[in-house]
Design a binder for this molecule. Structure first.
Ligand SMILES: *Cc1c(COP(=O)(O)O)cnc(C)c1O
Length: 470
């Protein structure tokens, strides 16, 4: 499989190339040159497979030329062996129509583990082949950082530098990052906001001097959802859920708590591959740029309002570009121009073909704090389920979407409630307990470096501690 950039001018790369690169060199995002498509009988033949075998079937077309099926199976077996539930992503029934797909049984209690446990092993596999070394630099508002650190801790060919805004992540999130003791893990608590940390990371990706002035060359890559391999791994659980609910004979809808548009874009990919999806509901909190874009065509960024669902407190959704590119006839030059306009004015209008294309599969909802709390109470009363704030937003959107009662609706449960226990306690009055396997999180000692919110200080720290590439 070859991958092309949404902005049309970066070279096409194979799967290994896009995994190690992260972002395309023209500033665009990589997408497969075409969508692989399964026939109805091929999809029917996937019913009853184990999660690992299903993952191999769904992902094989995307990795062709870079991994054999045996290698892919081996990597998936190890990645999903880290999950605490045999089904990896179990499906739970709430009532006649509503279901939850629990994506939080990985090591750090959020759905990011599903993709990052595999991505860490993909990095290691490809680096061993080329005898090279990789430096991962990322900024996190919580969930990506802990999942990425768990996935690469102790791996010899990788250094990871994870920036978090000092004092602005939850105590569980911070401890999940800072209590991992491995020589290749570097936690940096940065003065300032998440956006400040993210801006430093972006600058570092373009800083040729950083390496030169410290006498080495670094191969830098990304672990956020601009990396195609993450989205690919997430396509699998859409198949897993739909097959259990009767696909390909029956259509299923999904409600997805959305921030950077990565998780819900994976649902779009599943639909392109032939999975019969009735509807994808994009659930946002009050940071509703995607809801406005999908309902009015106006994609314009405001300022971020902090909420109880911090992983959705986003104003610019990187992966939306992948959808607009695909719906706009895959015209890289036009996409590059549309994004240049957005980058200069922080606003753009969707074209008619983008709006109409999106309307065929997506709907959206904006869910505020009171509605989120209402969904939490409903799940507790009807079914004894405790939801995290992100999942509650998805469920509220699912229950108010007005779908045919015969269509099952699956809400993606993106985090374990204990990961956001302060917010859950505020909304429901009861405090969820950490799962047993996390029991000693608050006894372990923490290690992180505190740095001022200055780019130079961060660049110097990374240069000093990273291993140059060969
Ligand atoms: C990352 C995250 C989201 C948002 O996912 P996107 O792929 O960025 O849309 C939602 N919920 C939780 C708990 C998350 O960690």
């Amino acid at each position: 499989m070859k991958y092309i950039s949404t902005r049309g001018s970066a070279p096409a790369l194979d799967f290994e190339g896009v995994t190690l690169a992260g972002l395309a060199s023209d500033g665009g995002l990589y997408v497969p040159e075409h969508w692989p498509r399964f026939s109805e009988s091929e999809i029917a033949g996937m019913a009853g497979l184990s999660y690992v075998e299903l993952a191999v079937r769904v992902m094989t077309p995307f990795v062709e030329g870079s991994l054999t099926q045996e290698e892919l199976r081996e990597l998936c077996t190890r990645a999903y062996g880290r999950f605490s539930h045999d089904a990896v992503t179990p499906l739970v029934q709430l009532d006649q129509q509503q279901w939850l797909l629990e994506l939080f049984h990985g090591p750090t209690l959020a759905f990011k583990d599903v993709a990052l446990q595999l991505l860490g092993r993909l990095f290691e596999h490809f680096l061993a082949k080329s005898d090279d070394h990789l430096t991962i630099v990322g900024a996190t508002s919580g969930d990506t950082g802990s999942a990425a650190i768990d996935a690469v801790a102790g791996r010899e060919r990788i250094d990871i530098f994870m920036l978090h805004p000092k004092g602005r992540v939850s105590d569980v999130q911070r401890r999940q990052m800072t209590t991992v003791r491995a020589p290749n893990v570097h936690n940096l608590a940065i003065e300032g906001s998440f956006d400040d940390a993210q801006a430093m990371v972006k600058r570092m990706f373009n800083d040729a001097d950083m390496a030169a002035s410290h006498g080495g060359r670094f191969r830098i890559s990304a672990v956020n959802s601009i990396n195609w391999a993450r989205l690919m791994a997430q396509v699998v659980y859409y198949f897993a859920a739909a097959l259990q609910l009767g696909a390909p004979g029956r259509k299923v809808a999904f409600s997805v708590p959305t921030g950077n548009f990565g998780d819900v874009f994976a649902g779009y990919v599943a639909a392109q591959m032939g999975l019969p999806i009735e509807r994808l509901i994009v659930a946002t909190n009050v940071n509703d740029i995607l809801h406005r874009a999908l309902t009015t065509g106006d994609y314009s960024a405001g300022t971020v309002t902090p909420t109880a669902a911090p992983s959705m407190d986003i104003q610019v959704s990187s992966n939306f570009e992948r959808l607009l590119f695909d719906l706009g006839g895959r015209d890289g030059a036009a996409m590059a121009e549309q994004m240049r306009g957005f980058e200069s004015s922080k606003a753009m209008q969707l074209t008619n073909s983008q709006r109409e294309g999106a309307a065929g599969l997506f709907s959206s909802a904006r869910v505020d704090q009171a509605e989120m709390a209402q969904a939490m109470s409903w799940a507790a009363e009807c079914c004894g389920q405790t939801l995290d704030p992100h999942t509650a937003i998805g469920l509220y959107a699912a229950r108010t979407a007005g779908l045919d009662p015969a269509t099952p609706v699956v809400t993606l449960a993106t985090a374990h409630p204990a990961k956001f226990r302060d917010a859950v306690e505020r909304a429901t009055g009861s405090r969820p307990a950490l799962p047993n396997r996390m029991g000693d999180l608050f006894e372990r000692s923490e290690s992180f470096s505190e740095l001022p919110g200055e780019y130079e200080a961060v660049a110097e720290f990374v240069s000093k501690h990273a291993t140059p590439s060969s």
